[in-house]
Design a protein around this ligand. Structure first.
Ligand code: MG
Length: 300
């Protein structure tokens, strides 16, 4: 397939990038950088998560952060969503004013147990019950470990198809497919995306790649060749894989934007603004920039 003419890159830094950052980021700082990300061109953003603050203290101000950016996001036509793991999270997200939520259900049994403390079947039952009473709430089914499990358990294609079918049976037709541990390689990515293309419309599937082993952009490239036009990325490449401490995290927004724009694929982002914002943010929140753009810019 030909590469797309344009893609929608969802900025997931405010949730995935920041959630495990060891230095607490103030609500005010989060609000400031979410707005700056919009100025850089973000039009779809993962703003926060509604999870137990005991486990993820950095997201404890989810409601306050959204209150601080909600109007600004609306004015700029940004689709904002929050991550949730259960009914309580969905209820809290709705109460905070979110119209879009992501429900996480891992394709790996072992990962789902560790991440949600439930079996896949239990998470699926909870998800279906929620979706049945969505009442206007737009729900995205986010599936970690679609490209393989870091724990060595098998992730069969049949299961991915089953989860997609089950979601559709309750009216959910938008999906996130993630390589949570960054273990996929281009040919594996091609194989999985091709399979998923048989199960659902790829126009409603967002790809979430990690760069643990440096395969992130190559994986995005083959996924675009196979028809993916929505991808997640995190400014400055923030957000390490929780199962590989110290390893590279999400693919960096500025690296993905560079690759796409250089190949004539429109992203709507301003690359130099992204690099400036990444540098400013990294300094302010005491993070390191792990993007190739960041390393290259230092020498310009
Ligand atoms: Mg991630």
């Amino acid at each position: 397939m030909a590469l797309p003419k344009k893609v929608l890159i969802s900025e997931v830094g405010p949730r995935d990038g920041w959630q495990n950052h060891p230095v607490p980021i103030s609500t005010e700082t989060k609000i400031k950088y979410i707005k700056k990300m919009v100025e850089c061109g973000a039009r779809k953003m993962e703003i926060t998560s509604f999870v137990n603050p005991k486990y993820v203290p950095q997201m404890g101000d989810a409601k306050e952060v959204f209150q601080g950016v909600q109007d600004y996001l609306k004015e700029n036509d940004v689709t904002a969503f929050a991550l949730t793991l259960n009914k309580k999270g969905v209820d809290n997200a709705r109460e905070a004013g979110f119209t879009h939520v992501e429900f996480v259900l891992s394709a790996s049994e072992e990962h789902n147990l560790r991440n949600s403390r439930r079996t896949i079947q239990e998470s699926l039952d909870a998800f279906k019950a929620l979706a049945a009473e969505a009442d206007g709430l737009h729900i995205i089914l986010a599936m970690p470990c679609v490209f393989g499990s870091p724990f060595g358990d098998d992730v069969p294609l049949d299961r991915i198809k089953w989860l997609i079918d089950e979601a559709k049976s309750v009216g959910v037709a938008e999906f996130g497919i993630a390589d949570t541990a960054g273990i996929s390689t281009p040919e594996n990515t091609r194989r999985i995306v091709r399979a998923i293309r048989e199960y659902t419309d790829l126009n409603s599937v967002s790809l979430h790649m990690h760069d643990t082993y440096g395969m992130g952009l190559a994986n995005c490239y083959v996924a675009m060749e196979e028809g993916i036009t929505m991808m997640d990325a995190s400014l400055a490449g923030m957000g390490g894989c929780p199962f590989a401490p110290g390893a590279k995290g999400n693919i960096a927004t500025e690296d993905l934007v560079y690759m796409c724009e250089q190949m004539g694929i429109g992203t709507g982002y301003d690359l130099s603004k992204l690099n400036e914002t990444a540098a400013e943010m990294a300094e302010e929140i005491q993070a390191s920039i792990v993007s190739s753009q960041g390393a290259a810019c230092k020498h310009e």
